[in-house]
Design a protein around this ligand. Sequence first.
Ligand code: TRP
Ligand code: SF4
Length: 399
Amino acid sequence: MKDHRVLSGMRPTGQLHLGHYHGVLKNWARLQNEYDSYYFVADWHAFTTHYSDKIDLEKNVADMIVDWLATGLNPNTATLFVQSKVPEHAELHLLLSMSTPLSWLERVPSFKDQQEKLKTKDLSTYGFLGYPLLQSADILIYKAGLVPVGEDQVAHVEFTREVARRFNYVYGREANFEDKAEVAIKKMGKKQSKLYRELRKSYQETGDDESLIKAKALLGEQQNITLGDRERLLGYIEGLGKIILTEPEAHLTKASKMPGLDGQKMSKSYNNTISLREGPELVKQKINKMPTDPARIKLTDPGDPNKCPVFQMHKIYSSEDTMNWVTDGCKNAKIGCIDCKKPIIDSIISELVPIQEEIAKYQSNPNLIQEIIFEGSERARSVARATMEEVRDAMGITY
Ligand code: TRP
Ligand code: SF4
């Protein structure tokens, strides 16, 4: 599975919190061991909604990388980088913009949603409209197969697939495509050519995915054909032109079960977060201030844990035994809400201790962070450069 490339990004618009940790970062850390993974700080994307805000990007970018490292991303396993350090993203964005219909962008659900939600921001900009296309460039430039994202981003990955398909359709149809594909088939040797033809025939006749997958695997193993030939033959299976940009798939991150302090999803925009850098005193204060089942006014009033955001947190942090103690104690008015909150406070504080130790370690070594960003970005850049060569070639920008 290592041949599938994973890519995802995060906008550096504020501090990372427990919702990011439980909902995103743990997932990224797991994927880095299974796939060739690319994770980046989407700093340009921050301007699409915050172009005039005074956010300290330099600090946010460094803090974000530090928090990623502290929660388990490994710069030797995954490629960690910063978008603006790979300016090829902007070149691909520009070139893709030439063939992307305006109506596709206007139709992306987040376009209208965000304009409604963020009424105080000026979102009638060219950059905001084009933001999903910048995201497409981020993905396509690495030929990523899997994009781990939350529900709200799935439409952007779908949009990216359409952009890739259109690009391949417009620029992948070279003169003499069939002749060139036939020559390429012969280069594979007798046995392999025969197998390729059989799989292609079977796929075209029956459309069965199995043959398509096998044919792609076969092409992946070929040593004696060029990259261009491989793309031709990939496209030839389906009868199209060359496949230059690969269509990614969304890898849906299960909705984070991490509730915020008010029981809604934990999110900066709801102001209900616990940051990864929160000190123990503040954690205690925040949890103690959490609303509980409104029916429990006095200690003697029985409550219902299912109507209480605190119980949602127990689901993340507590053992069966503790949960039973809560349910019994709440329904039968045997425990107070402050008692009930205590184990959560303890769990969160002890969860944050090792993370904060790591954060402190990295913060004391800013040069190391700069080096990690530099090296990751260079590694990303060499992949991005190779894709841009192919894109320019396909578009005839060869002079
Ligand atoms: N739009 C994403 C978000 O707001 C961030 C992002 C930018 C991204 N480029 C990406 C995510 C590419 C996945 C792939 O969360
Ligand atoms: Fe919520 Fe616990 Fe209080 Fe019940 S006892 S209302 S679950 S905080």
